[in-house]
Design a protein around this ligand. Structure first.
Ligand code: ARG
Length: 565
C-alpha cells in the first residue's frame, strides 16, 4: 500500500477499532473524483459499533485526525469521502519517484529468501511452441518481480530431455534419418522423423518395441544410445537459445529431466522405505486413492522411470541444494493433476516443506484461424511467430515513422514486446486467442500502446527548454487528469506487491496500461512545453516520472522501452 493510504488507514483504524489491514482492504477509490479521492464505506462497522452506518460515517468524519495530505472530508450516506490536498500529494509522490529512480517500487521485503522458479521447460526434439512461450514469459516476469522485491530467485529450465520419446527418435533416425537435414533445420527435421515414426508404427507395431528398447538402453547408460541423444539435445538447445535470445530470457540452471538420472535410485529406495510403493501390473506406483487421485507411477514394467519420478527427485534435489522458501512451477493448467500428485507424494514422504511447492497454472493459447501459414503441419513454431511480429512491426514503422533511425532494432523491441505483452495482459488462467490485429494494435491494450506512450514522454523531454530541478511545483499539478496520473504512479509499488503475492504478472501489465492511458489523457489536455517556466518544469517532472515508471513496469514484464519509435 502506498504511504498515504497507510497513514489514512492508520487514522481510520484508531477511530473505527479495526485492524489496519482490514481497513485498507475496505478503502475504495471512487469512480468519480468529484466524490473524493478515497472513500471509506461504513456498512461493515454497523455490527461492531452498533449504530447505523450513516451515523458512523458522520462520527468518523467529525473526529478523525486528519492526515496532512487530506484537505477535506465529506460524508455521503454511509461513505466517508476524503479529498487530497493535491499539491502535497503531487509533491510527495513525484519526489519519491525522483529519489528512487529505477528502483521505484522495489523493496527488500523478500529479505533474500530463495524462490525457485521452474519455467519454460520445452521438450527437446520437439518444437518450442506458443504454449511454451506463456510459461517462458510468465516465469521470466515472476523472476523479475520477485527479485525487485528483494527475493533471491533461481530460474530453472526443467528441459524435457529424457523419456520414451527419445527411444522413438533414435529408432526413427536409425531407419530414416538424414544427417544433413538435421544440421540445417534440426527441430523441423526431428519433428518430421517423429511424425513419421508414429505413422509407421501404426502399420508396424514392432517399431514401438524397438523404441522402448532404445530408451531402456539410454537408461542403462549405453554409449551409442546416449551419444545420439546428446546430439539431438545439442541441436535442440541451439534452436531454443535463439528464441531465448530474442526474448532476452536467461536461466540460472538448465537442469532438465536427464539431470536426475543418477539421483532417482535413492528416491525410489526412500519411497520403498516409507512403505509408499505398491506393485500394480508389474509397475511400481504410489497409491493415492485415499486422496481421490489416480496412482502416481514411479517405475514402468520394464523398470524405466517417468516424468513424475523425475519431478519428485527434482523437488528433493532443489530443496537440498537451494533450501528454497518457495518453489514455483509455471506450467499449463492441463498438468494440474500431475502437480497435485507430486505435492501429495512429497507430503507422504514426510517432507514438511510440501506446502512450499506451488503450481502456477496458465491457460491455453490458440491461434486465430488463418493467421499463420500452417504448411508445416498443425504446429505453430514460435520462432516464426516472433519473426512475423518483428516483420509486421517493421512495416508499420516504415509507414508511420519513415525517418526513424535503427528501424530494425526498434522493430525487434516492439514486435517481440507486443507478443510478450499480449501474453501477460490477461489473468494467466484465461485461455487466450492469438490474433495479429490485437497483438500489434497501437491503440488497443497492447505492448506497442504502452511503448508508444513511453516514447512520446521521451520525445517531450527531449524538446524541453527547461531542466528538471527537483523543485516539483506540486501546486501546479492539481488538475483532474494530472491527479489521476499521479495517483496511478503512487499506487504502482502496490501493484507490484499484489502481482508477487498472486504470482500474477498481469497485475503489473494492467497497471502499466492504466498509466499509459492516463498519461495520454493528461497530455491531450495539458501542454507540457509552455512559456511559463515553472509550469513547464512541473509538468516535465511529471512526464519524466511517468516515463520512469512505465520503463520499470515494462522491464518487470521482460519488455524493452525504446526512446523513439
Ligand atoms: N516439459 C514439460 C512439458 O512441456 C514441462 C515441464 C514443467 N516442469 C516440471 N518440473 N514438470 O509439458
Amino acid at each position: 500500500m502506498m504511504i498515504f493510504d497507510i497513514q489514512l488507514a492508520d487514522e481510520l483504524s484508531a477511530i473505527a477499532h479495526l485492524p489496519v489491514q482490514e481497513i485498507s482492504d475496505m478503502l475504495e477509490i471512487p469512480p468519480d473524483r468529484q466524490l473524493g479521492d478515497r472513500a471509506f464505506p461504513c456498512f461493515k462497522l454497523a455490527k461492531t459499533m452498533r449504530k447505523n452506518p450513516q451515523l458512523i460515517a458522520q462520527e468518523i468524519a467529525d473526529h478523525i485526525k486528519k492526515p496532512n495530505f487530506i484537505e477535506r472530508i465529506e460524508t455521503k450516506g454511509a461513505y466517508v469521502n476524503f479529498f487530497f490536498n493535491r499539491a502535497v500529494f503531487a509533491q510527495t509522490v513525484l519526489e519519491d519517484i525522483l529519489n528512487k529512480g529505477e528502483r521505484y517500487g522495489s523493496s527488500d521485503k523478500g529479505n533474500g529468501s530463495v524462490i525457485c522458479i521452474d519455467f519454460s521447460a520445452p521438450n527437446i526434439a520437439k518444437p518450442f511452441h506458443i504454449g511454451h512461450l506463456r510459461s517462458t514469459v510468465i516465469g521470466n516476469s515472476l523472476y523479475k518481480i520477485y527479485e525487485f522485491l528483494g527475493y533471491k530467485c533461481i530460474g530453472i529450465n526443467h528441459l524435457g530431455d529424457w523419456g520414451t520419446q527419445f527411444g522413438k527418435l533414435i529408432t526413427a533416425y536409425k531407419h530414416w534419418g538424414i544427417k544433413d537435414d538435421l544440421e540445417k533445420e534440426p527441430i523441423r527435421a526431428l519433428l518430421d522423423i517423429y511424425v513419421k515414426f508414429h505413422d509407421e508404427a501404426e502399420k508396424d507395431p514392432s517399431l514401438e518395441d524397438e523404441a522402448r528398447m532404445w530408451f531402456k538402453r539410454m537408461e542403462d547408460g549405453d554409449e551409442e544410445a546416449l551419444s545420439l541423444w546428446r546430439w539431438f539435445k545439442d541441436l535442440s538447445l541451439r534452436e531454443f537459445n535463439k528464441i531465448y535470445d530474442m526474448l532476452g530470457v536467461k536461466f540460472d540452471y538448465y537442469t532438465g529431466e536427464s539431470f536426475y538420472n543418477d539421483k532417482m535410485d535413492r528416491v525410489v529406495e526412500l519411497l520403498q522405505e516409507k512403505g509408499l510403493l505398491t506393485e500394480s501390473q508389474g509397475a511400481l506406483v504410489v497409491d493415492l486413492s485415499q486422496y481421490d487421485m489416480p496412482p502416481c507411477m514411479i517405475k514402468k514394467t520394464d523398470g524405466t522411470t517417468l516424468y513424475a519420478t523425475r519431478d519428485i527427485t527434482a523437488a528433493i534435489y532443489r530443496k537440498e541444494t537451494f533450501d528454497f522458501d518457495k518453489c514455483l512451477y509455471v506450467v499449463a493448467y492441463q498438468q494440474d493433476l500431475h502437480f497435485r500428485q507430486l505435492f501429495k507424494v512429497i507430503e507422504l514422504m514426510g517432507f514438511d516443506w510440501y506446502d512450499k511447492l506451488f503450481h502456477v497454472p496458465f491457460g491455453m493459447v490458440s491461434m486465430e484461424e488463418g493467421t499463420l501459414s500452417t504448411r508445416k503441419g498443425r504446429v505453430v513454431f514460435l520462432e516464426d511467430v516472433l519473426q512475423k511480429a518483428v516483420d509486421r512491426t517493421l512495416d508499420i514503422i516504415k509507414e508511420k515513422n519513415p525517418g526513424l533511425e535503427n528501424k530494425e532494432d526498434v522493430a525487434k523491441q516492439v514486435g517481440i514486446g507486443a507478443v510478450v505483452f499480449h501474453d501477460l495482459i490477461n489473468n494467466r488462467i484465461k485461455d487466450i486467442v492469438f490474433s495479429w490485429d490485437q497483438v500489434l494494435n497501437f491503440d488497443g491494450e497492447t505492448g506497442p500502446y504502452v511503448q508508444y506512450a513511453h516514447a512520446r514522454a521521451m520525445s517531450i523531454l527531449a524538446k524541453a527548454t527547461q531542466t528538471i530541478t527537483g523543485e516539483m511545483g506540486g501546486d501546479l499539478l492539481t488538475e483532474d487528469e494530472t491527479l489521476e496520473l499521479i495517483d496511478l504512479l503512487a499506487r504502482f509499488p502496490e501493484a507490484i506487491e499484489a502481482a508477487c503475492q498472486a504470482n500474477e504478472p498481469s497485475i503489473v501489465a494492467r497497471h502499466t496500461i492504466d498509466i499509459a492511458q492516463a498519461f495520454n489523457k493528461f497530455y491531450k489536455n495539458h501542454m507540457v512545453i509552455v512559456e511559463d517556466d515553472e509550469l513547464q518544469r512541473a509538468r516535465l517532472t511529471l512526464v519524466y516520472a511517468t516515463a520512469q515508471v512505465i520503463r520499470i513496469g515494462l522491464g518487470l514484464l521482460g519488455i524493452q522501452a525504446p526512446a523513439k519509435m
